[in-house]
Design a protein around this ligand. Structure first.
Ligand SMILES: [Zn+2]
Length: 192
């Protein structure tokens, strides 16, 4: 097969060279409302890879991205923090045989980091891409949470654009007495 990023022949979806050189993570924290959102990449760096999420090849690409980002992050986190933490992905809906956000949350499973799969599902999946902030505010995701209460949670999504979705998720979790520590996303669309 060919490397998805550079098109050279490669045994893996992303060749070793691209993993090492092109995708040097650019960790950034952005605060939306009262929520800190940590992102690993600029969106422009990952754009072509993130577009694979609703295609069969996205399965392997998201797995590689998870290995490079959220996995080492959570390993370091559980070493420095001794409480149990739960992992909640935004809307782990299965499409084309897998849920792309679940590939990220699954990679974060540790003895003290427990994914609650499909616990936060959107009732409204109107397409936000290219839509204004106003449109997004007028068309909330209407999340339903079915996970545990009285826990600490790390929220996970693949992309942050306006942050509206993550804030809405935080609010829903709060109403279930869930404390959101922060959110993790692969890429931030805001180029600062
Ligand atoms: Zn490559």
């Amino acid at each position: 097969m060919r490397c998805y990023a550079c098109s050279k022949l490669s045994l893996r979806v992303l060749c070793k060279q691209c993993i090492a050189e092109l995708f040097v993570a650019n960790i950034k924290t952005r605060t939306v409302g009262t929520l800190d959102v940590i992102s690993f990449f600029r969106y422009s760096t990952l754009e072509s890879l993130l577009h694979t999420k609703h295609k069969p090849e996205g399965y392997r690409i998201y797995k590689v991205l998870a290995e490079m980002t959220v996995k080492p992050f959570i390993e370091e986190f559980v070493e420095s923090d001794d409480r149990d933490v739960y992992i909640v992905g935004i809307d782990e809906m299965v499409k084309n045989g897998y849920a792309h956000v679940a590939l990220l949350t699954r990679a974060m499973k540790r003895p003290y980091a427990i994914p609650q799969h499909s616990a936060l599902m959107a009732q409204n999946r109107v397409n936000y891409s290219g839509k204004s902030l106003q449109f997004r505010l007028e068309n909330p995701r209407n999340f339903v949470y079915t996970g545990k209460s009285n826990i600490d949670v790390i929220l996970v999504d693949d992309i942050i654009t306006t942050g509206i979705t993550l804030q809405e998720a935080q609010k829903v979790l709060l109403s279930h007495n869930v404390n959101v520590l922060f959110a993790l996303t692969l890429a931030d669309v805001e180029e600062i």
